[in-house]
Every structure is written in structure tokens, then in C-alpha cells.
Design a protein around this ligand. Sequence first.
Ligand SMILES: Nc1ncnc2c1ncn2[C@@H]1O[C@H](COP(=O)(O)OP(=O)(O)OP(=O)(O)O)[C@@H](O)[C@H]1O
Ligand SMILES: CC(C)(CO)[C@@H](O)C(=O)[O-]
Ligand code: BAL
Length: 282
Amino acid sequence: MEVFKEINALRQALNHSRSKSLKIGLVPTMGALHEGHASLINQSINETDITVCSLFVNPIQFNNPDDLNTYPRDLERDIDFLEKLGCHILFHPSTAEMYPQPSVVKFSFGSLEQSMEGAFREGHFGGVALVVSKLLNIVKPDKAYFGQKDLQQYIIIQKIVQDLNIDVDLVCAPIIREESGLAISSRNERLTQPQRDVAANLYKALQLGRELLMNNHDISSIKQEISHFLAQWPDICLEYFEVVSQSTLEKIDNTKSMDDVALCIAAYVGSVRLIDNIIYQK
Ligand SMILES: Nc1ncnc2c1ncn2[C@@H]1O[C@H](COP(=O)(O)OP(=O)(O)OP(=O)(O)O)[C@@H](O)[C@H]1O
Ligand SMILES: CC(C)(CO)[C@@H](O)C(=O)[O-]
Ligand code: BAL
């Protein structure tokens, strides 16, 4: 695997691949790699000729300095992980390389960012949008892979790609879970084993929500049930549970009008903030 820290050197190598008509896949990450990332990287390896994994803990998407400071980092382990998967290129830029000066670009996603992650993490999607736009411009991939775990992020990236006519196919890959059902996440590394066990109840809450939807319970009573269910574990502090349209992320308040919906949850387990979701097809 080749490792690049500089944009120009990476561009040169990729221009060379492109001149040989090789298809390029991009998997953007913030490192602390796990099986969720592996599924994206494997899919890219299967569907393209050159897989570029970017590893950059993007400071401007963190609304909470403690979250940024405690974000798990282990470059050596990540390089080893990528080598074993057969990833071709790692792009691991410094903050100065990505942001030599403050950016003048500002994004505004209207209703897409007014709920859930956008509402609870002020400025988060502006930071995600800028770094992903930069990565797409730098790598110019044929395909770019993202996880359904960050569903709102995916919908926002789709919007950027449409609005800016970026020539890339986006892939939304399914959520990889631990046996307990807990969505695998880099931040899980910060949980103790008992907290990890407790965290699996976030997925159970989503399943309970789906079951209640199937039985035509109204949305406000489902929300009450979910918060009642999670209140059993004092380590869990629910931030939101929402039922939204899968494509527009608009909140749904009436089960009759719904098509494909996503049930989305965010909660603290101890001091670690986790998110998860499931899609419910009627
Ligand atoms: N369990 C998973 N299954 C599939 N894709 C995942 C999973 N976890 C993360 N991803 C995807 O991997 C990409 C990189 O995510 P990131 O590096 O932020 O990891 P993460 O585990 O989501 O970390 P955290 O949520 O703690 O920030 C994103 O597109 C994300 O949606
Ligand atoms: C897409 C991303 C790598 C941008 O920093 C990040 O938000 C993530 O890991 O999901
Ligand atoms: N996985 C989404 C990136 C973040 O939490 O900042």
C-alpha cells in the first residue's frame, strides 16, 4: 500500500492510474478502523481497480472539543489493517495540508440539517460537507463509499454531489453490527465492557420502534415507549429518537402517510455519544 500525506503527490499517482483507465474508489474515514470500514473498503476493492482510503480526523466537523481530543487514533494499527485488506492507497493528510487557510466556502442545507445530527451538533455538517467536497475534488473517484450508519450525512453528501454536478457514483453501505446488535463504531473503543453491553439496547430500541410501527401505534406513543424502555439503563441518556422519511429526512407524524422510513437514534452511553438507525419498509 502506498501512503500519501500530500495532495499533489496523491494527485500525480491517481492521474497515472486514470491514464490507464483504472477505476478509482474512495472510502473517506476518520481512522480507528473496524469491520464497518472493512466492509466499505472490501466493496470498493471488488467494484473498482484502485481503492483510496482517506484517514483524516476533520477538526471542523467536531462541535465538542472533548470529542475531538478523545477521538480514538492509532495510525500504525490502521496501516496494518488496510494492508491486510489489500487497500491500494492511504491518504493521510495533516490539518495544514487540508486547510492551509480558513475556507471561504459555506454550506447551508436548510431542512436537511435542522433535525437530528444537524440540530444536536451545530456546524457539524458544514465541516463534513467541506472536507468531503475537498476529498472528492482531490481524488476524483469513480465511486465513493459511505455507511448507512451516518444516514443524514449520506443524504447531505448526495445533495452536494447533485448540486455541484460532481461526477461520482455514491454508495451507501449497510451497517455492520456486533453480535449483540450494537452498530460498530470507532467511538465504541471508549466504552467499558459493561457500557458496551448496555449500548446494545440502542439497537433493541430501534427494533422495538419498528415493531410498534408495524402494529400501527402512533408516532408520539412510540417515542414515549422508546424513552421509557431506555430509561431502564441509567448509563443511557437518550438525545433523540426520530421517525423520518428515508429520502428527505422529514419527520413523520402519521404512520398512514409513510413510504420508506428510517428510525434514527442518538444517545450518550456514559460520556460516549452513539448513533444508529434502521430502515423500515412498509
Ligand atoms: N458499523 C458500520 N457499518 C458500516 N459503515 C460504517 C460503520 N461505522 C462507520 N461506517 C462508515 O464508515 C465511514 C467512516 O466513518 P468514521 O471513520 O467516522 O467511523 P465511525 O465508526 O462512524 O466513527 P464514529 O461514529 O465513532 O465517528 C462513514 O461513511 C461511516 O458511515
Ligand atoms: C465522511 C467523513 C470521513 C468526513 O470527515 C466522516 O464524517 C465520517 O467518518 O463519517
Ligand atoms: N461518523 C461521523 C463522523 C462524526 O461523528 O463526526
